[in-house]
Design a protein around this ligand. Sequence first.
Ligand code: PMV
Length: 340
Amino acid sequence: MSVNMKSSAIAHSNIAIVKYWGRSPSHDPKMNIPLNDTVSMTKYGLMKDTRLQAHTTVHLSDDYSKDIAILGGETLTGKGMERILNVIEPLRERANIDCRFKMMSENDFPTQAGMASSAAGFAALAIAAVDALNINLSKEEISTYARLGSGSAARSIHGGFVFWNQGDSHETSYAKQICGPDEFDMGAVIAIVSEEKKSITSDIGHESARTSPFNKVRIKKSQEQAWEARKAVLDNDFSKVGKIAEENCKYMHFIMMTSDPPLFYWNPDTLRVIKTIQRTRKEEGLECYFTVDAGPNVHSLCRSEDIYELQKLMEKTEGVKKTISVKPGDDSCTTEKHLF
Ligand code: PMV
C-alpha cells in the first residue's frame, strides 16, 4: 500500500515563569529531561501579523527519496535536521511506517532570538506528525514527543498556563495544563531590544549549566517555585506569580553568568528595561514583573487591563526597538491550511 499522508498544525510560543535550564545528567541528553518541574504561559500575540505562532506542514510519501525539512525558506541540515528527526523518527517507528517526509515550517516572529521560536516550531511539528501518521495520542503524550525537539516545546502543546512535570523517563516527562487561557488574568508586553540571532543556543547552555557552582541551589529553589507558581495561578494570585517569575529568572541568569564558559544574554538595554519595569511598579503603581529567557529581550508580565499603558511605557524606553503585547493563547491544534 502506498503512503501519502499530509497534516498541518499551528502552535504558539510560551514564556517560562519557572524556567528549564540544564538537562538531567541521568538520561540521554537527547531526551531533554529537565532538572526541575517548570511552569509557563502560552502566548498569543495581540497584533494580527505577529501571533507568535509556528505553522508547520508534514507530508509523508513514498515519492520522497530522502527526508527534507525547510524552516523559513531554508533547508535544514546538520544539527537542525537532527532535532527534527529526534521528533519524527520515534513517531514513524511507533506508527510502523517507513517512508520519507517533507516538512515545511514558518514562524510569524524572529527565530533564535530568545523568543522561544523552537517551542512553537517543535510543538507544531509533533502535532502535525502525530496527525499525519494517524496515531491516537493524548495531548500529554504528544507533549513528550515535542520535548524531544526542544524541551520547552512540551509546554506549547497546551494553551493557557502549563506545568511540565520533570519526570524520570520519556513517558513521565510531559506537560499538563494548569488552567485555560481565560482562567487566570495575566498578559505580557515583550520589549524587543535585539532581533539578532543569539550567538549561544540554549542547547549549549543546557550542557554548561552544571558547571555553575550554584546550580544545585537553583534546582532546589526552582522545584519549590514550580509548585508555588502552580498554586498561585490556581488561586488567581497575580502578584505571587509575578514575584516568582522575576526571582526564577534571576536564578537562571545567575547560573548562566557563573557557568564555564560564562553566558551573558543581557545587554545594557535589557538592564534598562528591567529598571523601567521595577520603577513602574514602585513609582507608578502599575504592577508589572520582568522575566527574560535565553536572549536579551524582556517580557513584562502584567494584568490584562494594564497591557496598553505598559506597552506605551516600554515603547518610550531607550533601546526598545519594538514591543509585542500578548495574552494567554489557546491549545495548539491541527489546521486544514497546508503550506505546500
Ligand atoms: O527548549 P529550549 O531548549 O529552547 O530551552 C528553553 C530555555 C528557556 O527558554 C531559557 C527557559 C524555558 O523554560 O523556556
